[in-house]
Design a protein around this ligand. Structure first.
Ligand SMILES: Nc1ncnc2c1ncn2[C@@H]1O[C@H](COP(=O)(O)OP(=O)(O)O)[C@@H](O)[C@H]1O
Ligand SMILES: [Mg+2]
Length: 249
């Protein structure tokens, strides 16, 4: 099983949009587990999962199992562990290594080819728990100056977690999002990201597309209901590039 963590400490940077579309595309061919670690619970909304359950992903930090929190989605091969929307991150001290332990003890990698993890916009123990199990980290970023800053901050967070854990560095990819090819700044920022972090790390961008904003209202990832839209085409291309880049890791 390959674990793909979608992360950027900047809010509103398409983490959830990327998580649900990537997971849905992968689920056409592979068995996929999507774990929502953001208490806002937007993965559930984006996938149209109505069931409100008492527990959720965050209950593993209170001793629960991942498997008992898994629910099926409209896609046969896509299983969701929704967020615990009432979990108070600040009320608990969250130990490290919990997700890793759940993966190992519950043999999660025997059941899934990919695990996609959507993360909160904070550099806290929850994000560090996710980075501990990451084989791949995708940083979706808006192509403007603060976008570059947030990529630098995420890189630091990944390196720090890896040094502490003494683990193999994950493959890190940067995905420019809400891109508009007619805006000069967007083109400049993407080229500057390529120069700073290496062209091989940067994916073809996801354009700004109103259909992507509307998918939460429709409660379905765009790649499942409107494949001909620019946003859907971009996410297909991103997934294709990702599978090529991670083939040998
Ligand atoms: N490429 C895009 N074009 C237009 N709107 C987008 C795009 N990507 C995301 N959005 C919208 O931007 C908002 C933030 O995206 P979201 O995926 O929820 O970010 P995050 O999970 O990082 O907070 C949402 O309303 C979403 O629908
Ligand atoms: Mg989100």
């Amino acid at each position: 099983m390959k674990t793909i963590v979608i992360s950027n400490r900047k809010g509103g940077s398409s983490k959830t949009t990327t998580s649900i579309n990537l997971a849905s595309i992968l689920a056409k061919k592979y068995s996929v587990l999507l774990i929502d670690l953001d208490t806002q619970g937007h993965c559930r909304i984006g996938l149209g999962v109505k069931t409100v359950i008492n527990n959720g992903s965050h209950s593993i930090f209170k001793g629960n199992y991942l498997t008992e929190n898994m629910i099926s989605t409209s896609l046969k091969n896509l299983t969701l562990v929704p967020a615990d929307e009432s979990f108070d991150v600040y009320k608990r001290s969250i130990p490290m290594g919990i997700i890793k332990k759940r993966f190992e003890e519950e043999s999660i990698d025997m059941f899934f080819d990919f695990c996609v993890i959507d993360t909160p916009p904070t550099y806290d123990a929850i994000l560090k728990n996710a980075l501990e199990v990451a084989d791949i980290v995708i940083i979706p970023t808006i192509p403007h100056y603060l976008g570059i800053v947030s990529v630098e901050q995420m890189m630091k967070a990944i390196y720090q977690t890896n040094i502490k854990m003494d683990k193999k560095m994950p493959f890190i990819g940067i995905l420019p999002i809400m891109f508009n090819p007619h805006i000069k700044t967007h083109l400049q920022v993407v080229s500057s990201i390529e120069k700073s972090f290496g062209k091989e790390k940067v994916f073809s961008p996801i354009n700004i597309d109103i259909h992507l904003a509307k998918q939460f209202e429709y409660k379905k990832p765009i790649v499942l209901f409107d494949k001909r839209t620019r946003g859907a085409e971009n996410y297909m291309q991103f997934t294709k590039e990702l599978l090529e880049k991670i083939e040998n890791i």
